[in-house]
Design a protein around this ligand. Structure first.
Ligand code: DC
Length: 224
């Protein structure tokens, strides 16, 4: 980690981590690691290679050769698998479920660890995920656990999908979110849980502005 200042933001899907971490990276001039995208790209590549999501050995081999890069362009960050721009393709619900299955394998997580730690460069990094503060960056100077009720997270997801012109059934989304949470929280390795020294933020009744302001205040207090 060297002298990099690491802000680890963990929490379940739909709690608002993506928006918060994007804003924090901009505010502090730090790089951003979207660790979920790494699991999503692996799931996508595995699917393409015809692998089963329970085949841990093959998934590890795939993880070891995964040619993944994040390209910063004017319209945002593009996620690349080799020459293929997979930015949108990895965001489907189906691929999210597969990512969660892939991420439940301990050896797969191990294989992706060094790749994630390499992102911690000076001046600093904002890391978005499930185990940033507990496993990947246990020495992080700031740890935040962002949560929200499943209903609010499902509602936000529904609005996102509708804004993108896609069909979205609230009950179905709520069911998927709850199942994915269960798997992420109950896996034996690196389960989704707050680090002991994490600031707990519940965004259920807070706007993104309010969450951002609370996070900034906390981070500044840790920078002194
Ligand atoms: O944040 P996301 O929805 O893009 O993440 C997709 C899946 O990847 C999520 O269901 C669990 C897994 N994941 C993980 O296990 N550890 C991380 N640090 C980030 C994501």
């Amino acid at each position: 980690m060297g002298k990099a200042f690491v802000i680890a933001v963990d929490g379940p899907g739909g709690a608002g981590k993506g928006e918060l971490t994007k804003r924090l990276a901009k505010e502090f001039g730090f790089d951003l690691l979207d660790s979920g995208a790494i699991y999503r790209v692996l799931a996508y590549a595995a699917r393409k290679a015809g692998l089963a999501m329970f085949d841990e050995d093959s998934l590890v081999q795939e993880a070891n050769v995964l040619n993944l890069s994040f390209n910063v362009e004017e319209d945002g960050v593009h996620v690349m698998l080799g020459q293929e721009d997979v930015t949108r393709a990895i965001r489907t619900e189906e691929n999210g479920v597969n990512a969660s299955k892939v991420a439940a394998h301990p050896l797969v997580r191990q294989a992706l660890l060094a790749r994630q730690r390499d992102f911690a460069q000076e001046p600093g990094l904002v890391a978005d995920g499930r185990d940033m503060g507990t496993v990947v960056f246990p020495q992080a100077q700031v740890k935040i656990f962002l949560d929200a009720s499943p209903e609010v997270r499902a509602k936000r997801r529904q609005l996102q999908l509708e804004a993108a012109g896609k069909e979205a059934d609230f009950e179905q989304i709520l069911k998927e979110i709850t199942e994915r949470d269960e798997r992420d929280r109950n896996r034996p390795v690196a389960p989704l849980k707050p680090a002991e020294d994490a600031l707990l933020l519940d965004s259920t009744d807070l706007s993104i502005e309010e969450v951002f302001n609370k996070a900034c205040e906390y981070i500044r207090s840790k920078m002194k």
